[in-house]
Design a protein around this ligand. Sequence first.
Ligand SMILES: Cc1cc2nc3c(=O)[nH]c(=O)nc-3n(C[C@H](O)[C@H](O)[C@H](O)COP(=O)(O)O)c2cc1C
Length: 367
Amino acid sequence: MTISRPAPLYNNKIHFFENYARGPRMLTNAERASINKLKKEIARLDPTGLLLVKNIFPNFKASMPFGIASGAAYGGRFLGMYKELGYGFLTQKTVRDREWEANPMPHSFYLSKGSFGKGFVTSSKPTEMMANSFGMHCLGPKVWEPELAAFKGENRSVPLIISGVITQARSHDEIIGQYVEIGKKAEKIGADAYEINISCPNEMAGNSKDIQDDAAFTGEILEELTRKLGIPILVKIGHRENLETFALVVAPLLSGRGGIVAINSKPAAVRNRNGSYAFGSSRPKAGISYKPLKPYAKDALKQLLKVRKETGYNFKIFSVGGVVTPGDVLERLRMGADAVESAAAAVSRPTFALEVKKRLLQSISKE
Ligand SMILES: Cc1cc2nc3c(=O)[nH]c(=O)nc-3n(C[C@H](O)[C@H](O)[C@H](O)COP(=O)(O)O)c2cc1C
């Protein structure tokens, strides 16, 4: 049986900057009808609209503990759309302290089959597996600073996380300096939290990719950020078999004022059906998201929960990766995540946040 899937909200046939310029596609009449139906069902289950509200941090009041991960939204129009679609909080796709062209097209594919060991094969149609290799484009702070400040000014009620990454820094001081500079801009904009991306699988060595594997240095970055910023700080990490060593170093620094966002996409080879590398021979690997990431995201959550329980440090855990169904969100929250995020499902299904909201409300009414 073939399942008909909606066209994604991000158009992977055109360049990242063109997507930004055009904004998300219009919703179809059928999608609008489904959204209206879900909104009515939700209003019946929760007439006050308050049942799922969660203060993840003081002044970070999410309408539900499920939001947009860094990647699905770049700029006010995409952020505004996800707010309208019902997400409880929003993360701006990672920004830099400068303009950055990043990787050439293609940037993103859905996948038909594969595994992390053998690699994945692209699909011409939307599926529940996705590969990305953007390299984090950026229009520069001259564009994102005023745009995000305007967005936040007009949308005070929805928490906004700004994610930042460093660019070609040559020393530890420069790395710390860039993370601090972007963080200060995030705070000035009115962001409700600042996320440092230290785990992008598509970055060239020497940029952000390897920072996570140096826990002591990550600790130094966090010490400086906590000294200089007044907003919560989040650290975005990738999956590792052993996250404990890392978590033990950062936990005291984040306790009471930040958290860990886990996990980023995980690299694997991606090929076309004819066996050639889909992103070109110079980029055999790309970051894999969506369904294949589920066991890794759950494992990361378990490892982080264990550290939190054993140390008593009060850092928040945002679980992201492999969220495919509303039941996945419920499962992560029941496991102990403070919040859950989605990138690939959010891009792929306009009704997803409302489906999740309905499922969470139904679970409360059964308890
Ligand atoms: C289209 C796309 C773009 C992404 N861009 C970023 C990014 O700029 N920064 C980042 O930290 N993660 C980025 N990610 C990774 C996601 O935030 C998330 O960690 C990963 O996709 C796993 O979640 P998912 O399975 O719900 O997609 C991106 C993911 C997707 C699908």
